[in-house]
Design a protein around this ligand. Sequence first.
Ligand SMILES: [Zn+2]
Length: 216
Amino acid sequence: MDIGQVLTEIEDHVVPRLKLDVGEARLYYHLLRHSRFVGKHDVLISVAQLAEVLNCSKNTVKHRLRTLQDKKIIDVTNTGWAGTRIKVFLPTEIQGAVPDETAPQVQDIEAIDFYKDTKYRPAILEREQGRCFYCRRTLTDEDSGLDHAEPQRANGTNSYRNVVAACHSCNSSKGDDTAEEFVRKLYRRGFLGAAELEERLADVAKLKQGLLRPII
Ligand SMILES: [Zn+2]
C-alpha cells in the first residue's frame, strides 16, 4: 500500500468533502495505523484505550466513532468485553470521497471567475461560513453579495484569492479601500473588537496567499 497516496487522498478529499474535524481526522489516522497500515481490515480496541491515546474523554471517543460511522469511514462491527471491533475503510473505499479518475477533470480553481460565475457563489458563502468577510455579521439572502478584497481599481482580480462574501453595508461603505484598510476602519468605528481585528487581518493575509480555497 502506498501510505503517502492514502494520506494525500485523506488530506485532499476525505477531510474537505466529508468535513472531518481535527478530532475525527486524528481518530481516523489512529485507526488506520492499527488496521490497514499493518495489513488488517479491522482493529479491536477499547474506547478507554482510544480515550487515553487521543487524550480525550470516553464520551468524545464514542461521539467521534459515531460520526465516522455516519460518514461511512469506519464500521463498528462488534462491541464486546474484549473491546470494539472496527472495520476501517481506505479513502478509495469510501463512497464519494475520492473523485473518480475517469470522471471529467475537475475545473482548475485558479482559472475560475468567482465574481462573474454565479454558480460558485454558494462555495464562497460557505467558505465564509455564511458571514460577512469583513464584519462577520451573519448573511441572509437579502443582505449578501460578493466583493473584491483588493478593489478592482487597484487591479483586484476575480479569483477566490480576492473575491469574498460581504453584507450590503460593508459592500457599499468599503469603496476603494483595501480589505486591510477597511477592517481597520470597522475597528475604529467599534464594529470589531481588537481580537476580531487581528483575526480579520490574518484572514485577509490567508486569502491573498490562496489559503482560503472554497470547496468547488
Ligand atoms: Zn459586513
